[in-house]
Design a protein around this ligand. Structure first.
Ligand SMILES: O=C(O)CCC(=O)C(=O)O
Ligand SMILES: [Fe+2]
Length: 301
């Protein structure tokens, strides 16, 4: 039975509040994952080394045999301390909405029905002017060449609410290859698990129907060698406060990403940015639909 929960959770999603009120049992994902072959991605050597905690097995004194983990770009100190402080203040001046699993969000973008594949403008009228400088900084990142933000979503993770996000892949019908996260405050970890379930989920078959944007920028393929061998592997990606993260290629399409409750130690704020898939951009089959939204996405109010 579906219970209408005041905390914002629905269905299988839960937070500390509804778990306590409704005695909802919770599967401890962190415990399950820690028993697998776990690796921590190192920003310096672009390899993943055996371990679970980010503080273990640190550069340059790595121990064990690393694996390749293609499709992630992390830029520490993307925001200065001062800019991060200003951004936190400005975001908190805007209204927050309750979301699932103990999160709150501020979503600016079109309405998307991923199942029916329906795109509507809704009340989307652009982005808050106080956050404009962040999007402008994307122009300095070669990997983000031509990235036009269509959806900007601030997320708050509160440890007192047991906030987390379950493993998932961002939809592939409407959201393009590069998924950007600007971490503002609260060091965090993105936990990656190989996706082996039904192909139709997340509209994954669409990926084969449009060109890879990143491949043409980097002039190389970012596929995971030997994905079958990754079955019992977990990769932990560092998301330090004030850093930029971009998921693309194998990391975007072959792995699910999650933020575990156990990794949220203090208030965490980040902003996720999404772009259209090529069919909704200029030259694509759905450009007439996309262009109305692209127009709004150039506005800062
Ligand atoms: O909090 C994060 O870093 C990830 C958020 C996310 O995966 C999403 O909003 O789709
Ligand atoms: Fe996501």
């Amino acid at each position: 039975m579906e219970i209408d929960r005041s905390c914002g959770c629905k269905g299988i999603r839960s937070c500390l509040i509804c778990e306590t009120i409704y005695r909802i049992p919770r599967i401890n994902l962190a415990d399950n994952l820690q028993n697998k072959r776990t690796y921590v991605y190192c920003i310096n050597c672009d390899k993943a080394w055996p371990g679970w905690n980010l503080s273990s097995n640190q550069h340059p004194n790595h121990i064990g045999v690393p694996i390749d983990y293609p499709g992630v770009y992390i830029e520490p100190n993307f925001l200065s301390k001062n800019k991060a402080k200003i951004l936190i203040k400005k975001l908190d001046e805007l209204p927050w909405d309750l979301s699932q699993s103990g999160r709150r969000k501020q979503n600016y973008g079109p309405k998307c029905n991923f199942k029916r594949r329906r795109l509507r403008l809704g009340n989307f009228s652009g982005f808050p002017a106080t956050t404009r400088f962040v999007q402008e900084k994307f122009a300095n990142v070669p990997l983000l060449q031509g990235f036009q933000t269509i959806e900007q979503c601030s997320l708050e993770y509160d440890p007192l609410r047991g906030a987390s996000i379950d493993p998932h892949i961002d939809d592939c019908w409407i959201w393009g290859e590069r998924i950007i996260t600007v971490n503002i405050t609260g060091d965090a970890v993105l936990t990656m698990t190989p996706y082996t379930d039904a192909l139709y989920r997340y509209n994954l078959p669409d990926v084969e129907t449009y060109p890879s944007v990143v491949e043409s920028i980097l002039n190389s393929k970012k596929t995971q060698p030997n994905m079958e061998a990754m079955e019992h592997v977990v990769v932990r990606l560092p998301m330090p406060a004030r850093s930029l993260m971009v998921l693309y290629g194998a990391s975007r399409y072959n792995w699910e990403h999650a933020v575990l409750r156990e990794d949220v130690k203090g208030r965490r704020l980040c902003i996720a940015y999404r772009e259209f898939t090529p069919p909704y951009l200029e030259g694509g089959d759905h450009f007439d639909e996309g262009s109305k939204i692209l127009e709004k996405a150039r506005i800062f109010w």
